[in-house]
Design a protein around this ligand. Structure first.
Ligand code: ADP
Ligand code: ZN
Ligand code: ZN
Length: 813
């Protein structure tokens, strides 16, 4: 019988293809390895899913041999490979595209080898694949050897002491500190006190500065209980003697052996701790338990660029043996990180959503910090949810999973109620003196504008800012609208300026101006209602926040030709300017996507921490997990903005935002204050946030979801249809909806079909958008219906319409 390989190729099809393994490669072609194979007369780069000796199900003469093997050692370990296949099946996503999420770049050496075999002629895909070559960096490590007393002096003694205290260091970093580091190291190496080696470099902003090792604090009782429960789960999943077996480098061999005897104890947790309760410390202990058992750990955070502090705490505890995966990495750095994990040299990976696919050796623990965060859902390509998939990957790998949050997602709370997650609570702030801030709702219907004249800076907010500045403390003002003014309206006919490619309003961005200080000096009469454009400084752009459009302000209204265009509403840019004008003595800065490049956001937060900023104005970016001890005032400028969206999660998201932003206040001994400005103070999201009553909100929201039949009470799949031609899109949507209604599960009413309808944002980037929403109590019928639709999508839909299946959708707009 021939030796056959099932190979996934990078085409948008869900099945694998069969190839024969040539005799020369028998024994070398293993699952997870990349191969070159002929596909419709092109050579493509595929991934081997399985190899077996069997008689072919199709005509043997049609089976082609594999052209070449690319990876001598499979790029995807068995554990990761089977997880990716499961993920593809869950999301109805093409396996080739799913595998691509996890595959590393190709090393130049591999390309050279293939060229030598003459395999690269006519090879399209590999030519376009990212390629990296190895640059290496020298590292120094103290050995266990001990010197003769008194034989070391000067820099040699200092360098050795530093290596012993802080662990291994790149030689270049030692040279920054010690002029003679090289000769000192040479001397130390000759005596066997220091080992020198060359490695793939972490030349990354996160590793630029050395981090002093910290001393783990004593845990408070709640933390200790949580850490003990996680440790017990790790112990149960790591059978005795495993650690001794796990030599680095054979990760895939170990991963391949299924862990048959799964213990009965819980292995997935929800760490529900109020902001500042010391969740991170629990994560650090969990990772230590995991490493002590010889297994690797994966940490996922919402936006790694915003969490340098978190990375610093990990480095302070575990040293630089950490793979930090983020979007700012060069291809070479990303590959170096990947290789150090894949080779078993580094056992801890930390990163955003895509870190889900890191080849952590012998994965024993996955932590998902801020698990409620929407950024864990990928909204393009393969639409996976990294938090949901973390639970799956951990379960399959025999690993512990910990989801952490101060505002758990409704989905996770539902899993606790169904017994799938065990809840661990941290009910108090870790610093004994720190208490939760006092929250006041400011009803904007009762309070008018303060001295600034802007109705969104009420008198109470103005006074609170004054008091904060007088006390030399810091304030954060949160507004989830970028730009200067969210809309430009015609003063004559009321026409709103909208994007020509999207059905959304354009935002006016004033951009950088020479005189940031505004027209009205402090104490001058309030400027009154928004001024007509003609009185505004020239420059600035109208931008669409959904596509890349940016254009000059029009001279006249597009509808009636009037020249009176009004800038309406308040964005962060205008808020910053208004605050700077009202508080001329204060140092005001802004943090949002417009000012924050990769390093800029870190720089702004660093200045904030150093006390060089008095008032920080910003969007969501200011709400994320920063520990800023001197912040005593948080102002939520307009709490209503997020609550009115046509999305069943609007209340949940608004609530999470309010609690998270309020959590930035009063994290140390000084008590914090939070002002929430709203026209709707009795809205449950606002009322429960003001009372710090997270469980109360969750309870109510779960009940509401049950009543209206939305997740987690039901399961959803959103079929997204778009087309340049409105009629084509509408036709495709109607056909899909009809097909869903008439498939067996649809006819039996086990699946409810809502729509077709136009999406809330009916046009985006020049394409008309429609949707069909599928809703079911059980997963089975929903999957049955989706399977029926994929059949139709293959050949029954107009090619000019694009159809995307979004399982467990998050973005509903
Ligand atoms: P969270 O992640 O829950 O928001 P952090 O882990 O950032 O909270 O902890 C908040 C603060 O409390 C940090 O400054 C941290 O160093 C400190 N902290 C945490 N645990 C302890 C402890 N057991 N003893 C003293 N300080 C602690
Ligand atoms: Zn007009
Ligand atoms: Zn647009």
């Amino acid at each position: 019988m021939p030796l056959l390989a099932d190979v996934a190729v990078p085409v948008p099809l869900s099945q694998a293809f069969t190839y024969e393994v040539p005799a020369a490669l028998a024994g070398e072609v293993r699952p997870g390895a990349r191969v070159l194979c002929e596909f419709h007369r092109r050579k493509l780069l595929g991934v081997v899913l399985a190899v077996s000796e069997r008689s072919a199900a199709i005509d043997p003469s049609k089976i082609k041999p594999l052209a070449a093997l690319v990876d001598a050692r499979p790029a995807l370990p068995a554990e990761l490979l089977s997880f990716l296949q499961e993920l593809a099946a869950y999301y109805f996503a093409p396996i080739g595209e799913v595998l691509r999420l996890a595959l590393p770049a190709i090393e130049r050496e591999q390309v050279r080898a293939l060229k030598a075999q003459g395999e690269l002629d006519g090879m399209l895909d590999l030519g376009r694949a990212k390629q990296v070559g190895g640059r290496k960096v020298a590292y120094a490590t103290a050995t266990d050897a001990v010197e003769e007393p008194g034989t070391l002096r000067g820099q040699a003694a200092a360098v050795l002491a530093l290596l012993r205290a802080n662990g291994e260091q790149p030689v270049a970093r030692l040279e920054e500190r010690y002029g003679n580091a090289r000769s000192a190291l040479k001397k130390l190496a000759e005596r066997g006190l220091v080992a020198l080696d060359e490695r793939e470099p972490p030349r990354d902003p996160f590793f630029r500065l050395p981090e002093e090792r910290d001393v783990p604090p004593e845990l408070n009782p709640a933390q200790a209980e949580a850490a003990a429960r996680i440790d017990a789960a790790l112990a149960a999943l790591s059978e005795p003697g495993r650690a001794a077996l796990s030599a680095p480098g054979d990760a895939e061999a170990r991963g391949a052996a299924p862990r048959e005897a799964r213990p009965a104890g819980p292995s997935a947790f929800l760490l529900f701790g109020v902001t500042g309760s010391g969740k991170t410390e629990v994560y650090l202990r969990a990772i230590k338990s995991c490493l002590d058992r010889g297994r690797g750990a994966l940490v996922m955070v919402p936006e790694i660029a915003l969490t340098p502090q978190l990375v610093a705490r990990f480095r302070a505890r575990f040293g630089d043996e950490l793979a930090v995966l983020h979007s700012g990495l060069s291809d070479a750095d990303r590959h170096a990180m990947w290789a150090s994990l894949h080779g078993g040299k580094v056992r801890v990976a930390i990163g955003a959503r895509s870190a889900l696919f890191a080849p952590v050796p012998d994965l024993g623990l996955i932590l998902v910090d801020e698990e409620h965060d929407g950024s864990f859902k990928q909204e393009e390509g393969v639409r996976y949810h990294a938090r949901d998939m973390a639970l799956l990957r951990a379960h399959r790998a025999g690993a512990v999973c910990v989801l952490g949050s101060a505002t758990p997602s409704i989905e996770s709370v539902a899993l606790v109620r169904r017994g799938k997650l065990v809840e661990l609570r941290l009910p108090e702030r870790a610093h004994r003196e720190a208490s939760l801030p006092e929250v006041t709702r400011v009803d904007l219907r009762r309070f008018g504008a303060g001295p600034s004249g802007d109705p969104l800076i009420s008198l109470p907010l103005h006074r609170a800012l004054e008091r904060t500045l007088a006390a030399k403390e810091q304030a954060i003002l949160f507004l989830n609208r970028r730009g200067f003014a969210p809309s430009v309206v015609c003063g004559s006919c009321g026409n709103l300026a909208t994007c020509s490619a999207c059905s959304v309003a354009l935002t006016y961005h004033r951009g950088r101006r020479r005189d940031a200080r505004p027209q009205a000096p402090a104490g001058a009469p309030p400027p009154g209602p928004p001024a007509p454009l003609d009185e505004r400084p020239q420059g600035g752009l109208l931008r669409c926040h959904y596509c890349d459009y940016a254009g000059p302000l029009p001279e006249r209204c597009a509808s009636c030709g009037s020249r009176t265009l009004l800038l309406e509403g308040l964005g962060t840019e205008r808020l910053e300017a208004t605050i700077a004008a009202s508080f001329p003595e204060a140092r005001v800065a802004r943090l949002d996507r417009d000012v924050a490049g990769k390093d800029r956001s870190q720089a702004i937060l660093a200045r904030m921490r150093e006390g060089k900023i008095d008032i920080l104005v910003g969007t969501q970016m200011v709400t994320k997990g920063h520990d800023l001890p001197n912040v005593t005032l948080v102002g939520v400028v307009n709490a209503d903005a997020a609550l009115g969206l046509p999305d069943f999660r609007a209340a949940e998201r608004g609530f999470q935002l309010l609690v998270q932003v309020a959590g930035r206040a009063g994290r140390r001994d000084r008590p914090g204050r939070v002002l929430i400005q709203t026209r709707n103070p009795e809205h449950p999201a606002i009322a429960f946030a003001a009372a710090h009553d997270v469980p109360g909100f969750l309870e109510r929201e779960i009940r509401d979801r049950e009543e209206v039949g939305y997740p987690p009470a039901t399961r959803l799949a959103l079929i997204r249809i778009d087309a340049v031609d409105e009629g084509v899109g509408r036709g495709a949507a109607a056909k899909l909806a009809a097909h869903a209604r008439t498939c067996p599960d649809g006819l039996a009413r086990r699946v409810e079909v809502l729509g077709p309808s136009a999406a809330p944002i009916a046009r985006l980037r020049g394409r008309y958008r429609f949707r069909v929403l599928l809703r079911a109590r059980e997963r089975g019928p929903l999957r049955g219906t989706l399977a029926a639709l994929t059949g139709l999508m293959r050949d029954g839909i107009d090619r000019n319409a694009r159809v995307i299946i979004d399982v467990d959708p998050v973005a509903m707009l």
